[in-house]
Design a protein around this ligand. Structure first.
Ligand SMILES: [Zn+2]
Length: 153
């Protein structure tokens, strides 16, 4: 039996549709290039040792896309300070971090921190999933697919 419409695979969990393949329990630490920044350890999303390239190995054969969701900080490559997430338009893989939406990470006391983090983070997570389905940044409407990289977006 293959994957359902949405499957959650935790690190160390079995890949749906496979006999016994698993995502490594320490996927980020063992397989992904990382660096230290002034804000702490970050994991790379792009490049051959980045999350997107390595995640392809674990994507179920009959799936459309797989998104790595983490509380670790991410960066696309050496010329970037960080990113909230990154996704491929055509490889069916992406990565997203909730870390920078956590009020406590920002040094803000918030009695509703989990709610704040989820409501803000889920917006961008859905944006990244949109990219996985081939959607580019929208410049015509105020919508989920607006970009955040410049005034023209
Ligand atoms: Zn985007």
């Amino acid at each position: 039996m293959g994957a359902r419409s949405v499957d959650v695979i935790k690190a160390g969990g079995k890949i749906p549709g496979s006999s016994n393949r698993k995502v490594p329990k320490d996927f980020l630490a063992s397989e992904i290039e990382s660096r230290w920044s002034i804000t702490g350890k970050q994991y790379r999303t792009c490049g051959e040792n980045g999350i997107l390239a390595q995640l392809k190995k674990y994507r179920p054969d009959d799936s459309y896309a797989m998104l790595c969701i983490t509380m670790k900080d991410l960066y696309p490559g050496p010329r970037w300070a960080f990113c909230f997430g990154w996704a491929s338009f055509n490889a069916g893989v992406g990565a997203f971090s909730f870390l920078r939406y956590d009020p406590s990470w920002l040094g803000i006391e918030d009695p509703n921190s989990e709610k704040t983090m989820l409501s803000m983070g889920c917006h961008i997570m859905c944006h990244e999933i949109g990219h996985q389905f081939g959607l580019q940044h929208c410049i015509y409407y105020e919508c989920l697919m607006n970009g955040v990289n410049g005034a023209d977006e």
